[in-house]
Design a protein around this ligand. Structure first.
Ligand code: ARG
Length: 460
């Protein structure tokens, strides 16, 4: 079969070359963007008098027909066509005749692929941001019921200070908020039209790039053609955005896995989002968060993969760049599915407030409050207060109870400067509510943060 570019060749391509060279098996995902781009290009060529109105109409109708064929599953993909761009153009020409050959006027596959891929990436940035919003909304709903639900805040995975469960969820909501902002800023930065750059240096045809940009919904046109056909930063950005988001998801997943274990039992996954064991009939496994944690590996791989492909590439287009797509498609698909399943699993998650509360009684979580009390009311330097509190902790350990459960007499036996009002500082709830500095865990501050996130989400 003769290629569109075969004019200067005496021999046809080897079958093996076709298989190796083709991107059609994966870039067919871009058919919609390709057809949209071609319709805009033909329309612009018509408006500029580069094509007649009749030619433009024939091309646009033909392209619409091709789209319908692809969507109906009637389009025959053959590897010899190499990529989606040439497959569509070939079919167009079969449908409309020789005028099909005019579509590629003032265009190269280099700006064509840059357009199609950019459109796909821009749209994916937006779509993922929308899925993230739904996730945050789900977390908000859970959090609203738990602004007073005590749980142990940890450092080094050791009990540290009491916080509330809503506050813990808010930490993730703020991570996901930043993720959304990253997807959105990538969209804004890259929302420029590549078409009209042609092979690398622009075109002598009197094209109107501004018109093409308007037709395709871009905010403007890229300023340098050589950069435009070489640039894949927009793809790197979405890979990084996804990698960071999946890193956040993997941290939440790790906590969910721990929390659903027998040792914690802070949460219970619904049956709908749990799995069983093929041998142990009693098992209920958290495959969902485990897979979510695992999937960060592949999306990191996709980011490093593309960075490596691009490293050291001379300007402008090189075929290496065809390797840019599969990793991005994979990461976008992984991110989309991950967000959907995480949202569904969270929406049906059981929260065991009593277990969280009971866990707070282990580890002397209000020890810092005792030290703070000694500083504030007895004017004892913090280092000395820390030491005295350490002795109180040792006493509590000896008695087999928590610091918050010691009597006033027991506390005063360690240091006579301790007064009875100390008892108001030590209950776990008091300890949580004492941390009321801006951004702190106190229920009043937690409610402020919930309102902040809610208002922000409402404005989206
Ligand atoms: N299939 C190619 C890709 O994905 C399209 C661009 C080809 N351009 C070229 N000059 N060979 O990168």
């Amino acid at each position: 079969m003769s290629k569109m570019w075969s004019g200067r060749f005496k021999q046809g391509a080897a079958k093996l070359l076709d298989e190796f060279n083709a991107s059609l098996p994966f870039d067919r995902v871009l058919y919609q963007e390709d057809i949209e781009g071609s319709i805009a290009h033909a329309t612009m060529l018509g408006a500029q008098g580069i094509l007649t109105q009749e030619e433009t109409d024939i091309l646009c109708e033909g392209l619409t027909k091709v789209r319908k064929e692809i969507e109906a599953g009637d389009f025959v993909f053959v590897i010899e066509d190499e990529d989606i761009h040439m497959a569509i153009e070939k079919r167009l020409t079969q449908l409309v005749g020789d005028v099909g050959g005019k579509l590629h006027t003032a265009r190269s596959r280099n700006d064509q692929v840059a357009l199609d891929f950019r459109l796909y990436v821009l749209r994916s940035n937006r779509a993922i941001a929308r899925h993230l919003e739904t996730l945050i909304d789900t977390l908000l709903k859970i959090a609203k019921d738990h602004t007073k639900t005590l749980m142990p805040g940890m450092t080094h995975l050791q009990h540290a200070q009491p916080i509330n469960f809503a506050y813990h969820l808010l930490a993730y909501m703020y991570m996901f908020k930043r993720d959304i902002e990253r997807f959105e800023s990538s969209y804004e930065r890259n929302n420029l039209l590549p078409l009209g750059c042609a092979a690398l240096a622009g075109t002598p045809h009197p094209v109107d790039r501004q018109l093409s940009a308007k037709l395709l919904g871009f905010a403007g046109v890229t300023p340098n053609c050589l950069d435009t056909v070489s640039d894949r930063d927009f793809a790197l950005e979405i890979l990084f955005n996804i990698a960071t988001m999946m890193m956040h998801i993997s941290r939440l997943s790790e906590e969910l896995i721990l929390w659903s274990s027998s040792e914690f039992r802070f949460v219970t996954f619904s049956d709908e989002y749990s799995t069983g064991s093929s041998i142990m009939p009693q098992k209920k496994n958290p495959d969902v968060p485990e897979l979510l944690r695992g999937k960060s590996g592949r999306v990191y791989g996709n980011l490093i993969g593309l960075l490596s492909v691009l490293k050291g590439l001379p300007l402008a287009y090189n075929k290496d760049m065809q390797e840019d797509k599969e990793g991005v498609f994979d990461s976008v698909q992984t991110a989309t599915l991950s967000l959907q399943i995480l949202t569904a699993a969270m929406a049906t998650l059981g929260v065991n407030a009593d277990k969280m509360g009971a866990a707070c009684k282990v580890g002397h979580l209000s020890a810092t409050d005792l030290a703070d009390y000694l500083v504030r009311t007895c004017n004892i330097p913090f280092r000395e207060a820390h030491h005295i509190t350490g002795r109180v902790v040792a006493l509590a350990e000896e008695k087999g109870c928590d610091v918050s459960e010691l009597s006033y007499e027991a506390l005063a036996s360690i240091d006579s400067r301790i007064q009875e009002d100390v008892l108001a500082c030590l209950p776990l709830e008091a300890s949580m509510n004492a941390r009321n500095s801006e951004g702190g865990t106190a229920t009043s501050r937690t409610l402020e943060q919930l309102t902040h996130i809610e208002q922000w989400l409402k404005k989206k």
